[in-house]
Design a protein. Structure first.
Lengths: 438, 336, 295
């Protein structure tokens, strides 16, 4: 018995001491240094059709950088399924890349961890200053009033993609500019197995992208100025209900879309089953599914009335990718140089053309490539009528709780249950109660 | 753990060929450090396993328990040492069943229990029946055996994504067969959202899980001495009686471990619901592991997630202890 | 096929009298239904892997309208499948060998020796299966990083770290299962070997291990599949050069596109060697050893 107890004590002590060491975590070195000035590790997000395709696009550019500075960049393209967990693990342990890409909606959450280098005026100065970038893109690089955690790299906005032939068959001459028009047009299209609008009802993040804009148009935000959730404000409820009602009341979204979460709505669009989708940068996907570029058109996302603009006339979130420097980097100067290189006007043209994105660097927009119809719509949206998702540390909780609540509402519609203002409000109340207290 | 020390005393009557006990009675063996060797040998044999378990499981588990008493949100993950202690707050939030977080956890717990019982039961049943049917040779047995192990050999992601593909409402095979070909439903059933998602999850879990039970039971059947069957046949026992009287009782030691481990895995299964439903499972199929993942990774609150995990650990420890006490009763004491 | 039939014959334990028709018929029905259940998804995978992308998502039909082998060519360039495959083989293979070796020693100790702390050991090992894996993830990552900082042994991001993790994952069940299999090998056998002058390890490797081959093979298959299919830890602990298949397959699903046909084709391609391995191992699974050994 005694020996047993002794063994147990030893085991516990070992374990606890190991815990203590482990808890020391990633703070071994508080800030960056320049201990290894000749190499950099770069985690790129997957922007192109595949990880391998991304490597082909990026490698020549990195070679260019090496030639200019003598710094060798080790590239890893991290798939989206892994990126956030990898960053989280890196933040926890201090063991990470020097430069990395982040989804711009993660900016504030990651900013709160303190793992990313803040971009104060001096740091921004090293890459040519904040004014080179579109204001909406800079607005989604961290919480307002704090030094940004990242720099905009690629931007993207939402547009209304429509099937020209299906519009013609239904006798519709121009794409809808308001929601009322969209619903009216939609009712003309939605019959005989054809539907007007596509949705990814089971994808919480996509639900957020859509309802954020609709709530804005109803004059509501999902957070107040202090960063507290206001999910149940009348405008937010109305926005969410409007989106779900496209399926429930207006019946212009096929009920099957309630379970979509793998971009099936884009496939349906490419196969002439749905006439419209609200999406970002969808052209390459349509092509992959066998649709010709001439078969679809693009227009701004509708608004309640009037024309897209600021405030209540917002018709897109600011989607995109930011580039950030890991605070623990051993090559601070090199990392800064690399960000400068990636956001240089010339590289922005090269990269955003390759990925069919919109460059957040204003000077790069002059390239004729960004005057194609699709790019023009997206560009104008981004510059004039896009707003960033809430830049609060709890943004990811908001996406999860509200996005999942909307997924549940779609499931209710699919099961034939009624969706009322009360039921929407109840679902959002529950979502709000699950938010951490701040 | 108190039950275990008492069990120690009734350890096997003959061990190591009776040498540890009778060492002094047989002074013939003159190896000098013999006694020490004999005492330390089992520990030496266990040492690698113990070290590995300590490194990869036990220490992280202790860290996890420590985490559960901290307020570990994104503000603190970079330096866990500075995260404030939150006492029992994480636990209080988790088991406050009047508030949404506690309610959701409780709901998820019940869903998981129902799911686990059904899945383990079906996996075990199908695995056993198939193994027993295939104990005796017949034409094509080898091929069939390989076929049956295929679900187990497919990468989890591929297998589950295929099922998700088949469960689609509009284009899926399941609705096509049930609705269009058999006429059992209207072919418009949603399987991946709403209440039916539980059925979908169960189907995938059983499809993926039963070959493992089959494999283990098949191996267990090999250790049943042929003489037992021969003797029974001479006594005039038919094949059904042989199965009931010889096969099933002989499988008991294998089953004891198999069912327990299947239970623990199924209860903690993460990959299946994650691939089938994505990061947010429908309520009817909200398994506890996904729920905890959402409460920690997705929402960056590792303290609450850890507290839920510790509660889960306590529950599973209790179930396991009860299970072991119940199933060990009546087994030969020599089983240790 | 001939070898499996032979091996199967050797394992034919029952009396030579033919089973009654009720048994044969119930067997036929049950096994047929089971085969259908098992094979339908496999069929879906095969047929989807032979379609162009724009056909994969159409309404389901049993017979594909057009076939192409294009996905089987594309899979190698969409993701570095060959490299992932080699990584998986190395990681799963080494983890299996080590795990089985460690488990054999531990199970031998528990099955044949009496010592203090035995129950504590077995129950502790089992209890590690009760904590959800996701909560291990960050602590384990921290431990690996700290070991790396302290000793210079790179555990995170390397195959070594993953091997260590996976071999420990399969260890608890392997130990428990092997204890059961070892217990069913009659003690009289190894006692006799000890009397004949074998050391304890001699008795283990000459008597017990050969007698428990089916169990060891079953455990090895399990250890291999655990390492082969694990997703979560691999996704965080590997980088581009050490990534395993289980994670790598997700590379066919990008932000906007899911290459269903390629996912299916790649899954089938990587599963073929594993299924072939099963076929080879079968004879050991059913080698009728106890019957011979007891005599």
């Amino acid at each position: 018995m005694l020996r047993l107890r002794a063994a147990a004590v030893i085991a516990t002590v070992t374990a606890l001491s190991a815990t203590a060491t482990a808890c020391g975590g990633g703070t071994s070195s508080g800030g960056g240094s320049n201990d290894s000035p000749k190499t950099l590790t770069y985690w790129a997000s997957n922007q192109g059709p595949s990880v391998e395709a991304d490597k082909k696009i990026l490698t020549p550019e990195l070679k260019k950088f090496e030639k200019q500075t003598g710094i060798k960049v080790k590239l890893e393209v991290v798939p989206w399924s892994d990126l956030l967990n990898r960053i989280l693990a890196a933040a926890t342990s201090g063991q990470g890349p020097d430069v990395l890409n982040i989804g711009n909606t993660w900016s504030s959450s990651l900013q709160a961890t303190g793992a990313l280098l803040p971009w104060d005026a001096e740091q921004y100065g090293k890459i040519g200053g904040k004014d080179r970038f579109a204001a909406s893109a800079v607005a989604s690089t961290g919480a307002p009033g704090k030094d940004p955690a990242a720099v905009p790299l690629y931007s993207m906005g939402f547009a209304l993609y429509y099937n020209k032939q299906m519009f013609k068959d239904a006798g519709i001459s121009k794409p809808p500019a308001t929601w009322d028009e969209l619903v009216a047009d939609g009712k003309k299209i939605s019959k005989d197995g054809k539907w007007a609008l596509g949705a990814e009802g089971s994808n919480p993040v996509e639900n957020i992208h859509q309802t954020f804009v609709l709530a804005k148009q109803h004059g509501a935000d999902f957070f107040d100025a202090k960063g507290n959730p206001t999910f149940t404000s009348p405008g937010a409820v109305a926005g969410v209900k409007q989106y779900v009602d496209f399926m429930a009341k207006d019946k212009i979204i096929a009920p099957g879309n309630a379970e979509y979460s793998q971009n099936q709505s884009l496939e349906d669009f490419a196969k002439n089953k749905t006439a419209m989708v609200l999406w970002q940068n969808a052209s390459t996907t349509f092509k992959a599914h066998g649709m010709k570029d001439s078969d679809w058109g693009v227009a701004p996302v509708p608004v309640a009335s009037g024309a897209p603009g600021a405030g209540k006339q917002i018709n897109s979130m600011v989607a995109g990718i930011n580039i950030a420097v890991f605070k623990n980097t051993k090559n601070l100067n090199g990392a800064t140089d690399f960000v400068k290189f990636m956001t240089s006007t010339e590289e922005q043209k090269v990269l955003c053309k390759a990925y069919a994105n919109i460059p957040p660097v204003k000077a790069a927009l002059s390239d004729p490539f960004f005057s194609r119809p699709e790019a023009t719509v997206l560009k104008n949206t981004l510059l004039t009528s896009a707003a960033p998702l809430p830049q609060v540390p709890n943004e990811s909780q908001y996406e999860t709780s509200v996005g999942t609540a909307i997924k549940g509402l779609f499931a209710d519609v699919a099961a034939g249950r009624q969706v009322t203002t009360e039921s929407v409000k109840a679902a959002l109340t529950k979502a709000q109660q699950q938010m951490p207290k701040s | 753990m108190t039950a275990t020390t008492t069990a120690d005393r009734q350890a096997p009557p003959h061990d190591g060929g009776g040498r540890a006990d009778s060492g002094q009675a047989r002074p013939k063996r003159p190896r000098l450090p013999g006694r020490l060797r004999r005492i330390s040998l089992p520990y030496l044999l266990l040492l690698p396993a113990l070290l590995l378990e300590l490194l990869v499981h036990l220490v992280p588990m202790v860290i996890g328990i420590v985490m559960s008493f901290k307020e570990l949100t994104q503000f603190f993950i970079r330096d866990w040492g500075t995260a404030p202690w939150s006492g029992l707050d994480n636990y209080r939030v988790s088991i406050d069943f009047d508030a949404p977080i506690g309610q959701a956890l409780l709901h998820s717990f019940f869903v998981t229990c129902a799911f686990t019982v059904l899945s383990v039961g079906l996996c075990w049943l199908i695995g056993t029946v198939a193994a027993v049917y295939m104990q005796e040779n017949f034409k094509g047995r080898g091929l069939l055996r390989a076929v049956f192990l295929t679900p187990y050999a497919l990468p989890v992601y591929a297998a589950v994504i295929t099922w998700a593909f088949m469960f689609q409402r509009d284009n899926g095979l399941v609705n096509h067969v049930l609705g269009d070909q058999l006429g059992l439903t209207d072919g418009q059933t949603f399987w991946l959202i709403g209440d039916n998602s539980f059925v979908a999850l169960l189907t995938v879990s059983v499809w993926k899980g039963w070959p493992f039970a089959f494999l283990i039971i098949m191996a267990g059947l090999q250790n049943i001495p042929r003489e037992l069957y021969e003797a029974a046949a001479i006594d005039g026992a038919g094949i059904w009686q042989q199965i009931r009287r010889i096969t099933l009782p002989s499988l008991r030691p294998v089953n004891q471990v198999l069912v327990l481990v299947l239970f623990l895995w199924t209860f903690n299964d993460f990959n299946t619901p994650y691939v089938l439903f994505g990061k947010s499972a429908p309520e009817a199929a909200d398994l506890i592991s996904i729920h905890i993942y959402q409460s920690s990774f997705v929402t960056w609150n590792f303290g609450t997630g850890s507290a839920m995990s510790v509660l889960l650990l306590l529950f599973l420890l209790l179930v396991t202890a009860v299970y072991l006490v119940l199933t060990s009763r009546g087994r030969k004491p020599a089983d240790g | 096929m001939a070898s499996t039939v032979q091996a199967a014959k050797a394992a034919d334990h029952r009396s030579p009298t033919a089973p009654p028709p009720s048994f044969v018929w119930s067997r036929r029905i049950f096994l047929t239904l089971l085969t259908v259940f098992v094979l339908v998804p496999v069929y879906v995978m095969v047929s989807s892997s032979l379609k162009p992308l724009q056909d994969v998502s159409g309404a389901f039909h049993w017979l594909p309208s057009g076939l192409t082998i294009r996905p089987y060519i594309d899979i190698w360039s969409t993701v570095p499948l060959a490299r992932y495959f080699v990584n998986s083989l190395i990681v799963a293979g080494v983890a299996t060998v080590c795990s089985v070796a460690v488990a054999v020693f531990a199970a031998y100790a528990v099955s044949r020796y009496r010592f203090r702390g035995k129950r504590v050991f077995t129950v502790t090992v089992l209890s590690t299966q009760m904590f959800p894996g996701i909560l291990f993830l960050l602590p384990l990552f921290l431990i690996y990083v700290n070991i790396g900082n302290a000793t210079g042994i790179a555990l995170f991001g390397s195959r070594g770290g993953l091997i260590l993790t996976y071999l420990t994952f399969s260890l608890p069940f392997s130990i428990w299962m092997l204890i059961g299999y070892f217990d069913s090998v009659p003690q009289s056998l190894d006692e006799a070997a000890l009397v004949d002058g074998c050391g304890p390890l001699g008795a283990l490797f000459r008597i017990i291990v050969p007698a428990a081959i089916p169990g060891i093979v079953a455990v090895a298959v399990y250890a291999f599949m655990t390492a082969w299919g694990e997703v979560l830890f691999a996704s965080v602990m590997t980088n581009d050069t050490t990534r395993t298949l289980a994670v790598g397959l997700q590379g066919y699903a990008t932000q906007n596109d899911v290459y269903w046909n390629q996912v299916m084709a790649a899954s089938l391609v990587v599963s073929v060697p594993v299924v072939a391995g099963f076929l080879l191992l079968q004879r050991y699974l059913v080698a009728g050893l106890t019957a011979g050994a007891v005599k």
